[in-house]
Design a protein around this ligand. Sequence first.
Ligand SMILES: Cc1cc2nc3c(=O)[nH]c(=O)nc-3n(C[C@H](O)[C@H](O)[C@H](O)COP(=O)(O)O)c2cc1C
Length: 393
Amino acid sequence: MLKIDNLPKKVRFNLRNKEIFPNTILSPMDGVTDAPFRRLCRVLSGDRMGLLVSEFVPTDGDAVFNPDGHKQLKFFPEERPFGIQIFGRFPDRMAYAAGKIAETFHPEFIEVNAGCPAPKVAGKGSGSGLLRDLPRLQEILHEVKNTLDAKTPEIPLTLKCRIGWDDESINVMETLKIAEGEGVEMLTVHGRTRLQGYNGLSNWDWIGKVAAAAKIPVIGNGDVNSVECARERINTYGVSGVSIGRGAMHNPWIFGQIADAWEGREKHVITAQEALDVFPLYYKFKIEDGATEMNAMGRMKQLAARLCKGFVLQEEIAQSRSRNGVRDDSEVSVAMSVRQALLTSQSAAEMLDRVQELKEGIAREMVFEPERLVNLNGAKETELKFGDQFKGR
Ligand SMILES: Cc1cc2nc3c(=O)[nH]c(=O)nc-3n(C[C@H](O)[C@H](O)[C@H](O)COP(=O)(O)O)c2cc1C
């Protein structure tokens, strides 16, 4: 039965004249959202992903951009509508790369990255470094758009940005104006500054201000980790949709759960056993994509490090209800022991054996509730320390 009350105000949006349902994007994550990870999310969602985007593709390094040299450009026809994201600081090289990519792969959109905070990118003036040089960002958008219009006018240009370099220089409203002026057709805003890295929380008030002022679809990004959160963000901040990154590593079913909710279906509750089943599936997808066993194990561990945080013992839930839902250390401990068991595996075979043991053992007493985690910051993302912000300037 359709539960109309639970639908957000928007469940779809248009990228030019293409209707996108559900209004979600798997946020590009370098070293994570390669074709096998995207395939995993796609399969688990029943192919209801909204938009998919490549990991970002560098354009600065090559004197002449060669599409053959970039593994990030690999995608499958089933992934369409698919966007390819590029980053760089030279307008002519960005435009050349965009033209080559557009002609070679015919993606549904080309996206410019103005958000990456990594010192080796932002410190050189690319990624979020462009937010300190908006005339350069404008020139890049102008040149890329001109090239696309000349070669492949059917392919829209999109932009992904942060709200500014630091708290003293928040300039996302100017970025929006420039983007619209240069013919950008969708803007994804990650509500953190570059200085924040992945610390603190995404500032959705700024995202809301951009959405209210924009003529183009604005997609909000940062910390979305559940159906309820996606619905609340869309309703409260007026965005056309949400882009989900780390939340998909905690819960690769999230896109299907959102699509189910938007279609008025009952929530499909993922059991702990079902959650553990993603590991052999992901391993299969990695190997089919040509990964070595070591690389595939590394990616399984990367996923385990986040996904396992959603495990809780049923008994502990009952106890925590009696404590008004406050989570204590004992709840974290089962998640951590499962996580530890997987992360200390020495080979893919051992890891998959341990998954099976967990499935037949403790998982019977566990539930999978990734939405209980509020803070998605893991050690890796928070390691951008204050001093690091200034390296490579
Ligand atoms: C490991 C990692 C790699 C990332 N790589 C990219 C990238 O290639 N392009 C991009 O636009 N954003 C990249 N991001 C940022 C995410 O797309 C997203 O904006 C950010 O994680 C906030 O969203 P979330 O809270 O849903 O994760 C990356 C983030 C992480 C954690």
